[in-house]
Design a protein around this ligand. Structure first.
Ligand SMILES: *[C@@H]1O[C@H](CO)[C@@H](O)[C@H](O)[C@H]1NC(C)=O
Length: 217
């Protein structure tokens, strides 16, 4: 009996500990406005003196301004994270605006540190994410204005404008610094290149195709 209680306590302890490691740690102060001038390296950014914090440390203007979608993908992400709002430091949340030209796409990518919740303000989007190995199931949905969709942390996802007009979305992310890994760019555009022999085998492609893809990214 006593043994099973100890076991239960150990399990609870292990559970709370793994939560603390898997997500951004809870703040133990009101805020920690990032001091961008500090050269100290910590998990997050160093706090500036809270007495020096002001309203502009918690403020970003301009998310009404459309991003420029004149690029190969036909989309533009405007981030609002700890880089734009130093007061977001340690708070585990951020925002993006995404603009899509007609048939534009936010290509397959993942956020290593954040779940994303997206809402469509204008237009019609096809969105989807793929579950992890071994199933790799595509969870896909067509979204209209006002619809909300979730991309779980770490999973590869995309959005595509399937309308004839511009589309706009706002998404919140559960990290002050979610990070993004765009699959094609990371795999075919790494610096230096991943060896052709690795990519030909991994993707079952001819060497020439791999080299062509590497020139694209
Ligand atoms: C949008 O980006 C394109 C390509 O970089 C550039 O030529 C164009 O001037 C930009 N448009 C605006 C309004 O900034």
């Amino acid at each position: 009996m006593a043994n099973s209680k100890i076991l239960l306590l150990l399990c609870l302890f292990a559970f709370s500990f793994s939560r603390a490691l898997a997500f951004e740690p809870s703040p133990i102060q009101d805020f920690c406005v990032a001091d961008k001038t500090s050269s100290a390296r910590v998990n997050g950014m160093v706090c500036k003196d809270p007495k020096l914090a002001s309203e502009n440390d918690f403020f970003f203007p301009g998310l009404h301004i459309p991003g420029n979608t004149s690029n190969t993908q036909g989309s533009k992400v405007t981030p609002v994270n700890v880089v734009q709002i130093p007061g977001l430091n340690t708070l585990g949340i951020s925002l993006v605006r995404i603009d899509y030209a007609p048939w534009g796409m936010n290509p397959p990518h993942t956020h290593p540190r954040a779940t994303e919740i997206l809402t469509v303000l204008e237009g019609t989007l096809e969105v989807g994410f793929v579950t992890s190995n071994p199933d790799n199931i595509l969870i896909r949905k067509i979204l209209q204005k006002g619809d909300v969709f979730v991309f779980p942390v770490g999973l590869i996802h995309y959005q595509r404008n399937i309308g004839h007009v511009n589309a706009v979305a706002i998404a919140a992310l559960s990290s002050q610094n979610p990070g993004a890994i765009t699959i094609a760019n990371a795999v075919f555009g790494s610096k230096p290149d991943i060896g052709v022999e690795v990519l030909t085998k991994a993707f079952q492609l001819d060497k020439g195709v791999v080299q062509f893809l590497q020139t694209k990214f």
